[in-house]
Design a protein around this ligand. Structure first.
Ligand SMILES: Cc1cc2nc3c(=O)[nH]c(=O)nc-3n(C[C@H](O)[C@H](O)[C@H](O)COP(=O)(O)OP(=O)(O)OC[C@H]3O[C@@H](n4cnc5c(N)ncnc54)[C@H](O)[C@@H]3O)c2cc1C
Length: 385
């Protein structure tokens, strides 16, 4: 074992959240080391599969909206620094029963924060038929809300860009580094990989689906459930879904599950997935990456009922993981015992859009001891009350 290269800060797990934190630490002048078992932009965790939805009228809770405003600014800043297009605003259609989580929650968040939303009732839809949303057969009794500021992020490019710009700013990044343990005395942290040991003044842990292995000694940490999820790419039979011709993202809250997807980026396929459901996993490294009938059946049913111009047969697929907290909200906090250890975990299948801002907040906690970002509602203490 080679010993003790010293840094000001170490980030363990440079996927979605860790790569952003790594970038923010480096660009604030911190001598930082980023460590990950896999290469930047890999497909073994939770941040791959081309795209992630971004939206502002957040049905999960209106308290996320101020963070989302900052997240959008941070994505635009990253695009400006890198010269790459990472975020595309194309609009997002959310459809479901008027009292359901998606429609009612989106309306509440938009009203609370005065966000633009186009509201289409089931009565309007009955009058206008399929003309209003070409390519979609909206079920009877559903309301639709359209968020014009919704869109998508190019997920792997976001991760790689954060890491590349951090390294340009002087940070050190190592992939193929599996962390086997860490300890802290409150002032210095020691991180052990299979072959090396490193020291730093602070440590940020963002291990995604592997949170159990690295965060399990934190007092008050709830059990996080890791779920196997599949993404599906399907052929389109019409240009109505093309992003270049005004195709939008979508989310439908059906009686048998929630389904969401993206416009066609290449004019011939589009990606969609089921947000609900998912098999619980015990070891993220051993997830079954084959395509099962139980994955394709609900997707095929949804396409047959709602998107008649999409081939219901899955072409390509990819397996990914959600790491879910008991209340479905993230956990971002300082370690209960060590003031110099911070972590982000349990992003519950809706975290990627926030990586830009949560990375900034975690970096500020490590550097300044506090952050201006309103993240208190994501603290561990909520599980104690
Ligand atoms: C199918 C699917 C669709 C989704 N859709 C959306 C969406 O549309 N919009 C949205 O906002 N969010 C979405 N999400 C959620 C979002 O993608 C995740 O919340 C987010 O990517 C999680 O990032 P993370 O940094 O926690 O995990 P990851 O990106 O997986 O990063 C964790 C990293 O830690 C590393 N690591 C862990 N343990 C160790 C160790 N011991 N040693 C070394 N390295 C280690 C891993 O290798 C990995 O790189 C989706 C998720 C999935 C699975």
């Amino acid at each position: 074992m080679t010993m003790n290269k010293r840094f000001e800060s170490i980030v363990v797990g440079t996927g979605g959240f860790g790569s952003s934190c790594f970038y923010h630490l480096a660009t604030r002048g911190v001598r930082v080391l980023g460590l990950d078992r896999f290469p930047a932009g890999h497909a073994q965790g939770s941040s791959h599969g081309d795209t992630r939805i971004i939206r502002q009228a957040y049905f999960e809770h209106p308290d996320y909206v101020p963070l989302l405003r900052r997240a959008y600014d941070q994505w635009r800043e990253l695009e400006a620094w890198s010269g790459r297009e990472l975020m595309k605003i194309c609009g997002l259609i959310l459809a479901g029963p008027p009292a359901g989580e998606a429609v009612a929650g989106t309306r509440l968040a938009a009203k609370t924060h005065n966000l633009e939303l186009h509201d289409v009732s089931s009565a309007d839809l009955a009058r206008e038929g399929e003309r209003r949303f070409p390519g979609f057969r909206v079920p009877d009794g559903f309301d639709v809300v359209v968020e014009p500021t919704g869109g998508y992020l190019q997920v792997e490019d976001c991760v790689r860009t954060h890491i590349e710009l951090a390294c340009k700013a002087g940070a050190e990044h190592q992939s193929e580094a599996t962390i086997v343990g860490w300890e802290s005395d409150g002032r210095t942290v020691r991180v052990r990989t299979e072959s090396d040991e490193y020291e730093a003044a602070s440590l940020i842990l963002t291990p995604g689906a592997w949170a159990d292995h690295l965060l399990n000694d934190i007092a008050g940490m709830p059990t996080l459930h890791v779920l196997r999820k599949t993404m599906h790419w399907h052929q389109v039979r019409s240009s109505v879904y093309d992003v270049a011709s005004g195709g939008q993202g979508f989310l439908f809250e059906m009686p048998y599950g929630a389904f969401y997807g993206f416009p066609s980026l290449d004019g011939s396929t589009l990606k969609l997935a089921e947000h609900s459901g998912g098999e619980a996993l015990t070891d993220p490294l051993l997830v079954d990456r084959s395509l099962r009938i139980s994955d394709t059946k609900p997707i095929g049913r949804f396409l047959n009922e709602v998107m008649p111009d999409v081939d219901p047969q899955t072409g390509r697929h990819s397996v990914c993981m959600y790491t879910v907290t008991p209340d479905g909200h993230f956990i971002v906090d300082r370690h209960s015992e060590y003031d110099n250890v911070f972590f982000g975990a349990g992003f519950s299948g809706h975290g990627f859009k926030f990586t830009s801002v949560i990375g900034e907040a975690l970096a500020a906690l490590a550097i300044d001891g506090s952050t201006d970002q309103p993240i208190d509602f994501l603290g561990l203490s909520r599980f104690q009350s």
